[in-house]
Design a protein around this ligand. Sequence first.
Ligand code: C5J
Length: 222
Amino acid sequence: MAEIAAQPFAFAFRPETTALIVIDMQRDFAEPGGFGASLGNDVSRVVAIVPTVKKLIEGFRAAGLPVIHTMECHRPDLSDLPPAKRDRGKPTIRIGDVGPMGRVLIAGEPGTAILDELAPLPGEIVIEKPGKGAFYATGLGDDLKRLGARQLVFAGVTTEVCVQTTMREANDRGYECLVAEDATESYFPEFKAAALAMIRAQGAIIGWTATTDQVLEGIANA
Ligand code: C5J
């Protein structure tokens, strides 16, 4: 097994069974007028990690390892949007409403798209997910089985919501999971810190954390 220097201890992996999952790097979470901003969040924190996420994606591509992208979004008829999700909180615009970038978090709308700088390449898997976790109501589990993946590296937003939920789902399914600390972000720095701490607590109870450079160095040395 190869290793990535990580916390709380080295992350063992085989390149041929490792995939990168980039969670929800969408305009709706990163740009003014999108879903994230509608909840009162400062989206500049998300924009700031784009170069690091790009570096991680390009490192996986250069090594010939799979890159999987997810998008939080719903069907245009809202049939996969439970009222409990739509009606939660007090956003200025709700999921499905028409905003400055089209209908908020609806598949195919401009605001739902992955940021141009991080756009999937033809042939890369893109998972459209209605939940916070990327396994719920998607084909991700089947895709990972088909790829033969056993170790998953995570990036994207937000650390404590969709990234952590998906890592927990993956951990329960038997995958070994690592999140790239500087390629994930939250609107709340204290939530990011807490999420990373709880992921690696108790001997990597959910998984590992490492920097993007540590991940890429581990892959280069494998
Ligand atoms: C949220 C996400 N925070 N991608 N979505 O609603 O984390």
